[in-house]
Design a protein around this ligand. Structure first.
Ligand SMILES: Nc1ncnc2c1ncn2[C@@H]1O[C@H](COP(=O)(O)OP(=O)(O)O)[C@@H](O)[C@H]1O
Ligand SMILES: Cc1ncc(COP(=O)(O)O)c(N)n1
Length: 269
């Protein structure tokens, strides 16, 4: 049996809905072998982020080397990287191991408002990490910060996606979860063609970790050898299924249901 290996380089969410925990659950559900490099530990639940504790830089590099020198990976994603030092070290190691199928989820601010990336780290993201990427998956506020543009219309989104490809990304998916239109449109751009991936907006406040889950699903599919556009379509389907059925955990913005994609048809637990 050929095992598809998938690696996440991200922050830990003690509540299990986002970050490393969402990534590993997604890898497992999509039949990829999950590995993790923890960049920061957050004390977090459905009510918010209560503390952020970055891992010392040498601890992060040692984790990457542990994978690089022995196990390798077929695809990787980055999530919460917190500082420019961490971004630069992670970029250097990805380059060193010549890893491809690199998914960059430019996590900046948690849904509750806590900062998961320091302001001055955006330049490091643009200069060192985006040029290594197979796909970058910003939500609209993140795309606004990366491109220094206001994004209101679909044309604005397209121009921002073009900017990100010009920064060195092979492709971009600009996620449309933030908004109030009846449909959610995730805009995919591979440097040549735009594809608007549209689905009905689900009326729920339980979207904690949707971006992490989405980028992890792309990573799992790439690890299995699926081409990028199809990987993004499957990831959208996986995330939609996860949002559709509530788990009812916690008092705030609850986690999504990572079992739902495989168990589709079962409407409640
Ligand atoms: N209310 C919703 N209904 C349907 N799909 C959603 C909803 N919110 C987010 N999504 C989907 O979840 C994925 C993550 O999007 P988004 O929430 O914008 O990312 P982030 O968590 O990074 O802010 C996208 O595929 C988006 O279409
Ligand atoms: C450790 C960690 N990483 C990422 C997110 C973003 O989560 P969301 O997908 O809800 O924006 C988070 N809340 N915590």
């Amino acid at each position: 049996m050929v095992i598809a290996k998938a690696l996440t380089i991200a922050g830990s969410d003690s509540g299990g809905g986002a970050g490393i925990q969402a990534d590993l659950k997604t890898f497992q559900e999509l039949d990829a072998y999950g590995m993790s490099i923890i960049t920061a530990v957050t004390a977090q639940n459905t009510l918010g982020v209560h503390g952020v504790y970055p891992i010392p830089l040498n601890g992060i590099v040692e984790q990457i080397d542990a994978i690089g020198k022995d196990m390798g990976t077929n695809a990787l994603k980055t999530g919460m990287l917190f500082s420019s030092e961490i971004i630069e070290a992670v970029s250097e190691r990805i380059h060193h191991y010549q890893w491809d199928n690199v998914v960059i989820d430019p996590v900046m601010i948690a849904k509750g408002g806590a900062k998961l990336l320091q302001d001055e780290a955006v330049n490091a993201l643009i200069d060192t990490l985006i040029p290594l990427s197979t796909v970058v998956t910003p939500n609209i506020p993140e795309a606004e910060i990366i491109t220094d543009r206001k994004i209101k219309t679909m044309d604005d989104r397209k121009r921002a996606a073009q900017d990100i490809v010009r920064m060195g990304a092979t492709s971009v998916v600009m996620k449309g979860g933030h908004g109030s239109e009846d449909d959610v449109v995730d805009l995919f751009f591979d440097g040549e063609t735009f594809v608007e991936m549209t689905s009905p907006r689900i009326d729920t406040r339980h979207t904690h970790g949707t971006g992490c889950t989405f980028s992890a699903a792309i990573t799992a599919e790439l690890a299995k050898g699926v081409e990028i556009k199809q990987a993004v379509l499957t990831a959208k389907d996986f995330t939609r299924a996860a949002i559709e059925t509530e788990l009812g955990i916690g008092e705030g913005h609850g986690p999504t249901n990572h079992w739902a994609y495989k168990k589709r048809g079962v409407k409640s637990f």
